[in-house]
Design a protein around this ligand. Sequence first.
Ligand code: FMN
Length: 732
Amino acid sequence: MTISIWRYSHLILAVSSALFIFIATVTGIILALEPISNQIQPFAVDNANDLSLAEALEILHNEYEGVITLEKDENDFVIASIITAEGKNDMFYVNPFTGEKLGELIKKKPIFEFATNLHRSLFLKSTGRFLVGLFSFFLFLIAITGIKLILKRQGGFKRFFAKVVKENFEQYFHIVIGRYTLIPIVIITLTGVFLSLEKFNLLPSDKLVHKNIENTSHAESIGINGFHVFQSYTLNELKSLEFPFSEDEEDYFILNLKDKELYINQYTGRVMSKADISLVSIVSTWSMVLHTGQGTFVWAMVLLLSCIAILFFMYSGFTMTIKRKKESVKIKNKYTKDEAEFILLVGSETGHTQRFAKQFFDALITANHTVYLDQLNKYSTYKIAKHLIVFTATYGEGEAPSNAKNFEGLLKMIRQKQTVKYSVVGFGSLMYPDFCKYAIVVDALLQKQKNFIPNLPLFKINNQSHDAFKTWIQQWNESTSQDLKIQLTKPTVNKKRLKNFEVLNITDCNVDDTFLLQLKSLKKQKFKSGDLLAFYPEEDHIERLYSIGRVEDTILLSIKKHKFGVCSKQLSTQKQHNMIKARIKRNLDFHFPIYAKEVIMIANGTGIAPFLGMMNENTLDIKTHLFWGGRTQQSFQLYSKLIDKAFKKGYLSSFNLAYSREEDEKVYVQDVLMEKEKLICNVLQNKGVIMICGSIAMQNSVLEALNIITESKLQHPLSVFENNEQIKMDCY
Ligand SMILES: Cc1cc2nc3c(=O)[nH]c(=O)nc-3n(C[C@H](O)[C@H](O)[C@H](O)COP(=O)(O)O)c2cc1C
């Protein structure tokens, strides 16, 4: 497994602190419930914070014999300690508008007591506190490296919240949830570190230093109702107010406000002395609030959700690592770089490409060749090399994987003495705009090198396709007159997740070798047009996805039978009432936008399948237009019945066809779009949505055409509408 420094740090930090983070998170979840449960108690009084201290004190004095203290607790509830008419002391939550007792003080529940101790110190006193602070800092670093990894993957700050390409459940939600919770996690961890430092007296002192303001005494008593200072502060600023203990003039009111402490003469109401709360104290108070969520229901909820998210990150992160470890293979060379005639260099981030290179390596060794396998970053001189074969993935936005970043520089510096034949195999995914871009770059670099001559043209492989790799091996064998045999291991399919689907109907293949397959799930399942049906053919177990059209609660697929297509062949031989095992995958980003006023659906070939369902589900009468590109009129016959039906019901407002093989001049769907620029502009301006489904080549041409229209007619690039989520795509 090759791995970038950021991912490595993210992983190492996570592994080394997993146990502590787990304990802190579980206790964190429990503790987040404390402020939430407190906040729902009926002790908060509306607008209490607007009441002046003078008003509140007057009310309490009228109601009770004496007042000892008035304070606010961490939930922002007002507490009064008073003397009753019977001369007894009592302390309770009070309504400062009426003086009414609202209830007894909240006692910390034993579960919260236990969780607090475990969370703060793991019951290990100072050592525990130190460890908690340290691992809190580790979690902070994990969050920072996580942010960096998302930025790298998404391609910068601007694309931080752009659509995430879904490779698997764990990876997808690790990123999606991470984007929303990393900032709260940074706040939780930094405040956690601060609170730990405070406990170890590692911060400047926050002791209050009083400055005398007034020396006069024995002035005339004016009664507290007339105290200017009590009139000028409200309960919002109050932390606590202690009444004088005795009638001695040296015994003051001690008023603690959020930013200062005041000593107030009990007869004159003059402020005798004042101390400002230190910055450390203010930060400490805020750290406490931000770390515990006390007093704020919303923030406590954010903390709760963030803690749950951390548990999910632990699960998904470790699952991804284990999966990658399983995929990875160790390089064990039999020959040194200078003893080998075949040099295989790999650019791989998560190990899949290396697995393919290793299969090729093994096949060459079995055929008694001298082979040397290494990373692209280790490019060097190779004394007797005759062939250089590069297998490389692409990352980021068409960039090199981390173990190939230095290749370009090395290639420019290091010259081979003899002539070497080269071949480049690119591994990538059509889900990314820059398909196999780095392999293209490597191929172009090698073309420019003097001693290198091409053996095979650049070969691109989508989604680690075994079929495509076998095709390349065939080409390799032909070009070198060899007969290498590759044993590709079938991925394991989790059979428990597969469901039974009955074949309701299957049409014959039409002129384009395309057929319709209608299935019914034996068990009731949730799905919509635009979702995907995943098959895992017996032969290679590699997942194939087909876009679903939902027609009368059944699944309608449009499938093109490919000459070497393992899955399409298997499906084309199905008979009515056969059972097929498959799995529905939700594709929420490609559902019919029922919120839109007008929708344009653009497809070519089998890409029409989801739209066949959507147009027949359009019961809200949303104005819908269909553009479809195929080869001939005969190609269209397969879908004509369903389209006619949608028309008759009024679900489809217009339908535009483009045939590429009907007349001398080829007409493609993008050509028809260019003729309908007015409709496109209207739909986009009126917040309508354009949906595209079909081949990547069609998607690129359609996007180009749409961009020309929006730039010339609406004075905006198409990206503006893409960012508004007005363009939905599902192409392959
Ligand atoms: C974050 C990320 C970015 C990717 N960017 C591209 C890309 O720009 N172009 C492409 O063709 N494939 C891209 N891919 C797909 C990978 O190149 C492809 O899955 C490859 O088979 C992974 O090989 P590896 O496991 O050896 O790293 C990307 C994958 C990820 C996870």
